[in-house]
Design a protein around this ligand. Structure first.
Ligand code: FES
Length: 496
């Protein structure tokens, strides 16, 4: 089955393109924000509103990283989050989680009402069980969500074209185009005097008074630094070992039978649906098929399984776009957002629910920087240590990393003749392992297969044509350039 639709995010492809220059030389600001996704832009706007002079550096383009590759759902109902959060952080923690994300939803509505066009559509949010064994989990989630202050109801039917066993529903939610939201936020930020440097890779932070963000091509000097880069690239804080990197996939298809809610099922494989009216056509965005980065045999198969699900339940589906994304799952089920050290703030581990949480991050940073009481800072504290809440996941995750680190070095690898045109493969060359890509004409590009972060062996991603690290999620393009951190250095070129 051919991959459904053409590659590219529906959101990015239907948003206008803003362009900002790269950083060249030395610049200074009160606050340096690294990352121009929703969390970085929310931070920039909130700090700017408090009077700070803010500058943003962005590896790629505004809103075109993780934010522009989400499903675009803004909601406080995150799958089955409340039962888990309450069991680890107590009912007070779950209440803070609900309040924060409800505030994030209200904030996106406020931005849209204030003139930022992000195609916002208010819709209910439903997490549903498609198997009998998940009904109890739904019942528990209804109770936990209500205890946390969300008006959640138990439902047994939806407008999905297939039956469900049970569901938890909240009426509040917003489906948006997150790339348009980021562009609108960026335009507002720049109009108020903010600066954005695109195509600028941050490679290090020297913490001092002031701090310095070292970048390719320059340096941004500031009194404090916000790291809003999906996963921070400062290894000393070990976020790469406290989270698990996951990729997931989306397809967008046209249908005459759209849904009228934002849905996600309670079990694996994930099936996430939302409507997306685009240019007079009714589309559905279907997401799911998540897996740990670098640990799938057939990435293209993920799109195919989503397409199979779509054609089974929406027989008239006409595929338009497909894209994938990456996010980090925190060991204790709550993102890390807040002050890391005196002058450094961080937002990471958004667990695929990063839109409301990204807006929340902006408010937490601004409250902390201004010395205001932050109602949610304790829950999201990035320096927290919750051994009972996270030990099992941490052990499981780090065993998986250790296994990949050791066993991938010992695996038998084929030779150069096994690399087909248009694909990549790790091959053995003496005691070295090389990541080799052949273009369609047969020309080969060889790189060291050792990830420049901590040395795990990268794996070929056949859907994105990237080299993905199975340990902490760094990704590199076929030329070896960093696409995703935590690595900050490119893969080394190698001779064949
Ligand atoms: Fe850590 Fe590759 S991302 S070793």
């Amino acid at each position: 089955m051919p991959a459904p639709g053409r590659p590219g995010s529906l959101w990015i492809e239907t948003a206008a393109e803003l362009a900002f220059p790269a950083l060249s030389g030395r610049a200074s600001a009160d606050v340096a924000v690294v990352g121009a996704g929703i969390a970085g832009l929310a931070a920039a706007l909130a700090l700017q509103a408090d009077g700070a002079d803010v500058a943003i550096v962005e590896l790629s383009k505004v809103g075109e990283g993780v934010t522009g590759h989400t499903t675009g759902k803004v909601t406080a109902l995150h799958g089955l989050a409340y039962d888990k959060v309450a069991s680890k952080f107590g009912d007070d923690g779950a209440r803070a989680y609900a309040e924060a994300n409800s505030w994030g939803l209200a904030r996106v509505e406020e931005l849209a009402a204030g003139g930022i066009d992000c195609d916002l559509e208010r819709l209910p949010t439903i997490t549903y069980a498609d198997r009998d064994e998940d009904v109890t989990a739904i019942e528990r989630e209804v109770e936990a969500a209500n205890r946390a202050g969300l008006a959640a109801t138990y439902v047994e039917s939806t407008d999905l074209p297939y039956p469900i066993k049970a569901g938890v529903r909240v009426e509040q939610g917003a489906a948006i185009n997150a790339a348009k939201l980021c562009q609108g936020m960026a335009a507002r930020f720049v109009a108020a005097g903010g600066r954005i440097y695109e195509g600028t890779r941050a490679v290090g932070v020297d913490e001092g008074s002031p701090c310095s963000v070292r970048c390719d091509g320059g340096e941004l000097v500031a009194e404090s630094v916000v790291l809003a880069t999906n996963i921070p690239f400062l290894d000393r804080d070990l976020f790469f070992a406290r989270t698990s990197p996951h990729r997931s996939y989306c397809i967008a298809f046209e249908t005459a039978n759209p849904v009228h809610g934002m849905y996600i099922n309670a079990s694996a494989p994930t099936r996430s649906l939302r409507p997306a009216p685009v240019a007079g056509a009714e589309l559905i965005v279907l997401g799911g098929e998540g897996h740990k980065v670098g640990q799938a045999d057939n990435h293209t198969g993920s799109y195919e399984r989503l397409a199979q699900f779509a054609t089974t339940h929406f027989p008239d589906a006409e595929f338009r776009w497909r894209w994938s994304s990456q996010d980090y799952i925190p060991a204790d089920d709550v993102p890390y957002i807040g002050r890391l050290r005196d002058r450094v703030y961080v937002a990471t581990g958004m667990k695929k629910w990063g839109l409301a949480h990204g807006l929340v991050a902006g408010r937490i940073f601004a409250d902390l920087a201004a010395g205001r009481e932050s109602p949610w800072a304790e829950l999201y504290d990035p320096t927290r240590i919750k051994p009972r809440a996270s030990a099992l996941k941490l052990i499981e995750e780090n065993l998986n990393v250790a296994k990949r680190f050791l066993l991938d070095r010992l695996r038998w690898r084929g030779g150069l003749d096994e690399v087909a045109p248009g694909s990549g493969r790790v091959i053995g060359r003496g005691r070295r392992q090389l990541a080799v890509y052949r273009d369609e004409a047969g020309a080969a590009i060889a790189l060291s297969a050792r990830c420049t972060h901590l040395g795990c062996i990268v794996a070929w991603n056949d859907a994105e044509h990237t080299w993905d690290c199975p340990c902490h999620g760094s990704r590199f393009d076929v030329e070896g350039r960093v696409v995703n951190g935590p690595a900050t250095s490119d893969l080394e070129r190698a001779e064949l």
